[in-house]
Design a protein around this ligand. Structure first.
Ligand code: DP6
Length: 365
């Protein structure tokens, strides 16, 4: 199936076979780091511009969804959530909202009672967003249940619908199903791209970008200063919004060529500019925010110095926070790792950092 799907395609088709009474599914789902950033959306979770991300490997969520069919015939959404072994009622509203949003596409969820067990490979208070990997894992578990109810669905449809559902929980979660590079949002140059779900980057990626490294420097492990909902809303009535959305389209066009050609310098230019533009949008919105910390800037300056001195292809990107993602090619791992340990770790909280790299996507376990 290589056509672009519409909302109608995702409405559950009941084939009335194989109704499971109880069981469980477990998925391990990676986080991702955007190269062209998603910042700004409209209802229902439609991005204002297309984005592309590297799927990660070491930062992941493992979620188990236990399900048991309700005998009462009563239809409602009912679940308990445990995070790292502890019952977490404060996580419930976000997940309840997600279930309510996806109910029209997976109506069978109201026939079951669920228990969700989830854990992350990265510390909860690390400033690393877990909504992408977390929502994607839950969406995949629900798709495994749909597959039992309707075994005729193809693997391609399974992934697309998992991404479609995950998107409704968190936009960036739509990019956490597959690897290694995923585009979310309609872009004229990218075949099969859609606002509704993430799609694997369709062209062959140059070997320079295979096994790319992402070392995450934890500059500030505190709670997010700006929630994603608040952040995306800052783009409504933002004086530079339209230009920014246009720029993201252009940057994705350029990056698509860069990724195929293996142009490392071109990559650095787009990726760093995207990170700084994301923060520039926050600096110039109203209310306005400075999410970088002094150590974020120190790290950026050190990276620029190192690049000037050694001709390395190391670069950085940022999320909506102070942590720095240090990106570099596989063939420079020795020298850049040494540079990180010698010169950058002192800017991290408790010297804390995570060595990650590009991964292949979610896995059922
Ligand atoms: C800065 O996906 O967290 O990381 O859709 O409201 O859940 P919601 O937002 P979210 O936003 C991610 C923003 C970003 C850039 C990106 O990942 O593209």
């Amino acid at each position: 199936m290589n056509k672009v799907l519409t909302v109608q395609d995702f409405i559950f088709k009941n084939v009335d076979i194989n109704i499971p009474e109880k069981g469980s599914f477990t998925w391990k789902t990676p986080s991702n780091i955007a190269l062209v950033k998603y910042w700004g959306k409209r209802e229902p979770q439609i991005p204002k511009n297309p984005s592309i991300s590297f799927t990660l490997d070491a930062c992941f969520t493992i979620t188990t969804l236990e399900f048991s069919k309700r005998n009462s015939g009563e239809k409602n959404i009912n679940f308990d959530i445990y995070f790292e072994g502890e019952k977490k009622d404060d996580f419930k509203p976000k997940i309840a909202k997600f279930f309510t949003l996806i109910q029209q596409y997976v109506p069978f969820i109201t026939d079951y009672d669920f228990v969700i067990h989830s854990r992350n490979s990265f510390p909860h208070s690390s400033g690393i967003a877990s909504s992408a990997s977390g929502m994607a894992a839950l969406a995949l578990c629900i798709m495994s249940l749909e597959k039992q109810l309707n075994p005729t669905i193809t693997d391609k449809f399974f992934n697309k619908k998992a991404s479609f559902l995950a998107r409704l929980g968190s936009g960036s979660a739509s990019r956490s199903i597959e690897g290694e590079l995923v585009v979310w949002g309609k872009h004229n140059d990218i075949k099969d791209s859609s606002d509704l779900y993430g799609a694997k980057f369709p062209s062959t990626i140059h070997t320079n970008f295979k096994n790319y490294h992402d070392t995450i420097l934890l500059v500030d492990k505190g709670e997010k200063q700006v929630s994603s909902t608040l952040g995306h809303n800052l783009m409504h009535n933002h004086p530079f919004a339209e230009k920014r959305f246009e720029q993201a389209h252009q940057n994705l066009s350029k990056l698509a060529i860069i990724l195929q050609k293996g142009d490392l310098r071109g990559f650095i230019n787009i990726v760093e500019s995207e990170a700084l533009t994301l923060h520039a949008m926050m600096l110039t919105s109203n209310p306005y925010f400075i999410l970088m910390k002094p150590n974020t800037l120190s790290i950026i300056n050190k990276i620029w110095e190192f690049r000037a001195q050694t001709n390395s292809n190391v670069c950085f990107t940022l999320d909506a926070g102070a942590n720095v993602h240090v990106l570099f090619p596989e063939k420079e791992k020795k020298s850049v790792n040494q540079f990180i340990v010698n010169e950058l770790l002192s800017f991290c909280q408790n010297n804390h950092y995570i060595c990650d790299r590009v991964g292949v996507g979610a896995k059922q376990i």
